[in-house]
Design a protein around this ligand. Structure first.
Ligand code: SF4
Ligand code: SF4
Length: 96
């Protein structure tokens, strides 16, 4: 079931927290948490497809980012996981 209730405003208008963006595509933080090591960072591809599992319902039909609201639920405890998510040891992944 979609969490989206509110209509997305036109690009450039104030954010109303409809959550459309997070249902369409994961952000860079979500990619690091939920799909570590998935492809290159750019360009966005099917690997970035949403919905984000961290998107939560909020008051008045709005949505909230669970990573921002409850960061303790997404804490990475061991160094191996941190190294994997930071892509340590995989060489330079920055675009030239
Ligand atoms: S939640 Fe995302 S899609 Fe909705 S208004 Fe804000 S930035 Fe736009
Ligand atoms: S819910 Fe949070 S972590 Fe998920 S895509 Fe949206 S902003 Fe990123």
């Amino acid at each position: 079931m979609s969490l989206v209730i509110l209509q997305k405003p036109p690009r450039g208008e104030p954010c109303n927290r409809c959550g459309v963006c997070c249902t369409r595509e994961l952000c860079a933080i979500a990619m690091g948490i939920f799909r570590p090591g998935a492809g290159d960072w750019y360009p966005h591809s099917d690997e970035w497809a949403g919905p984000c599992p961290a998107l939560e319902p909020a008051e008045n039909g709005q949505t909230a980012c669970g990573v921002f609201a409850h960061p303790e639920r997404y804490i990475i405890a061991d160094k191996e996981t941190i190294a994997e998510r930071l892509t340590i040891g995989r060489g330079c992944l920055a675009p030239d």
